[in-house]
Design a protein around this ligand. Structure first.
Ligand SMILES: [Fe+2]
Ligand SMILES: [Fe+2]
Length: 169
């Protein structure tokens, strides 16, 4: 039986997975409405984790950052960079590949969410309330300037995903 933090954030993962699946249902034509909803939702999800959950976990852990936090932040940086350009099938494939690994680090046994529920104990519901109250992240319009894909490739490389988006995609 999972705790409140796990239930809330893994529920959000499932919602975002579904939106991405709908966005990419027809590989020849990315569906813009579900993709926009996915993009806004993923940016907010990342903000909830970086601005609320990881700081709360650090506080509850005697001001020590969790060991997994740095790795998760690199993944978030890579995903956020992939959300900047107009999506292509290659961008969506890279997002999916990162999400499979990343969500497992958070939802899996001994992962971020379980650790946070354990650390929070009786305060877990209070943290969930703070997560729910996190503000929406205003999404900028897509940016397809020539700097965007190289920046995304660098963010992927920093997180160890240099194989995911090859030159020319
Ligand atoms: Fe995350
Ligand atoms: Fe997450």
């Amino acid at each position: 039986m999972h705790g409140p933090i796990h239930r809330m954030l893994s529920g959000d993962h499932a919602r975002l997975d579904e939106l991405l699946k709908r966005a990419a249902a027809d590989p020849a034509h990315i569906a813009s409405q579900p993709y926009r909803e996915f993009r806004r939702g993923l940016l907010r999800h990342i903000a909830m984790e970086e601005k609320v959950l990881l700081p709360a976990a650090q506080r509850l852990n005697g001001e020590q950052p969790l060991e997994v936090a740095a790795r998760l932040r690199l993944d978030h940086g890579a995903m956020a960079a992939l959300l900047v350009p107009t999506p292509t099938p290659a961008v969506i494939a890279a997002l999916r590949a990162i999400l499979v690994i990343h969500n497992q680090l958070e939802e899996g046994a001994g992962g971020l969410y379980e650790t946070c529920d354990l650390l929070a104990g009786a305060q877990a519901e209070q943290i969930v309330a703070q997560l729910r109250n996190a503000p929406d992240v205003p999404a900028a319009p897509f940016n397809d300037s020539p700097k965007v894909m190289p920046a995304a490739r660098r963010a992927l490389a920093r997180a160890g995903y240099e194989h995911l988006l090859s030159e020319g995609e």
